[in-house]
Design a protein around this ligand. Structure first.
Ligand SMILES: [Mg+2]
Length: 351
């Protein structure tokens, strides 16, 4: 099988009327008629077109190569060029190509991607990561939480970094009062607190039994993360903005997290490297965004903990991810198990 080209779509879609997302969708084409699918998010007016152009240029550089050789292709796109490391947007574009190659590999072999990657489990707990921020009317928040529980979710994630600490603590208390004791609550401090503020937050929410506290301090403050982790009794999670395995190595070597959060920027190829490295440190891994792709890596490895469902890419596909009794049930179809909604791609295209 050989790569022959691609189609790239820039779209803005909104999940259930509450969560908009702008994405570049890649369809990676081959001489056998199979198509690999992926998408990149977190794009704005300055990055949308460069991302689409970069993906097209990368695919062109891979013409004639076999997409099943994921290590080879990912290395060609992300290995050092003339001594300079590839970074930033380029890595994000390369990750989209990598994910589409894994999709193609699964389709070519007639297997779901998570089975090719190790197939450790076929379902994982899933958290609902939308519309749970502070600052909204309490009755609306309560209704949303109850609707999530009714849909089978048993874990929720609240971003609270952008409000004052007392308001953040109050918000989490309220969420616990609505969801009861058996639902997992994840809290994201979004890199906004100092070490002392983070420790105060951890202390004052101790009785709320949070599943983890995420990104208390700046992402490059490995020592700060280690200090918080050493003093807090709750689990500390970090890693969502790292683009290289060695950044996770630096965090893990310093004891800077209980749980490593891995973004699609590393590709599925890089995700697996970090997951295996983290396992050697006794550290579970979770995904940042792109649950449709990254859930495969989480299901594949023994230390895949839970899938975070940020659903803004869900409208791109004809079938929603399957949630059952608090778990994401992995698809049985070959590849990533995703079918693009052609009508949505047409209607929501950004011209
Ligand atoms: Mg986060």
């Amino acid at each position: 099988m050989k790569i022959t080209g691609c189609a790239v779509h820039a779209v803005t879609v909104t999940f259930e009327g509450v969560m908009p997302g702008t994405h570049v969708v890649l369809r990676l084409r081959t001489d056998e008629g199979l198509e690999g699918v992926s998408y990149v998010s977190r794009l704005g007016p300055r990055t949308l077109r460069p991302m689409a152009l970069m993906i097209e240029a990368m695919v062109e550089s891979l013409h004639g190569l076999d997409p099943r050789h994921t290590e080879d292709l990912h290395h060609r796109l992300t290995g050092p060029k003339l001594g300079a490391p590839v970074s930033g947007l380029e890595l994000r574009a390369a990750s989209a190509v990598d994910v589409a190659c894994w999709d193609l590999k699964g389709k070519a072999l007639g297997q779901p991607v998570y089975k090719l990657m190790g197939g450790f489990r076929d379902r994982r707990p899933v958290s609902a990561n939308w519309a749970l921020m502070p600052g909204q009317p309490r009755d609306r928040l309560a209704a949303h939480l109850e609707a999530l529980l009714a849909r089978g979710f048993r874990a929720v994630k609240c971003p609270v970094g952008f409000v004052p600490l007392d308001e953040a603590i109050d918000h989490v208390r309220f969420v616990r009062s609505v969801v009861g004791a058996s639902t997992r609550i994840i809290v994201d401090l979004n890199f906004q607190t100092t070490i002392k503020q983070a420790l105060r937050f951890a202390r004052e929410t101790e009785a709320l039994d949070l599943f983890w506290i995420e990104d208390p301090v700046a992402f490059h403050d490995y020592e700060g993360m280690a200090q918080i982790r050493a003093q807090a009794t709750q689990s500390i999670t970090g890693g969502e903005v790292y683009q290289f395995p060695h950044e996770f190595r630096w965090l893990l070597e310093r004891g800077g997290c209980d749980i490593a959060m891995i973004d699609q920027d590393l590709g599925l190829t890089g995700f697996l490297k970090v997951a295996h490295m983290a396992q050697a440190y006794g550290c579970p891994v979770v995904n940042h965004l792109a649950p449709e792709a990254l859930s495969h890596a989480i299901a594949a490895v023994p230390n895949g903990l839970i899938v975070g469902l940020v659903p803004w890419g869900q409208p791109l596909f004809t079938e929603p991810l399957r949630i059952e009794d608090g778990d994401l049930v992995m698809p049985t179809a070959p590849g990533l198990g995703l079918t693009l909604d052609e009508d949505v791609l047409r209607r929501c295209a950004i011209s």
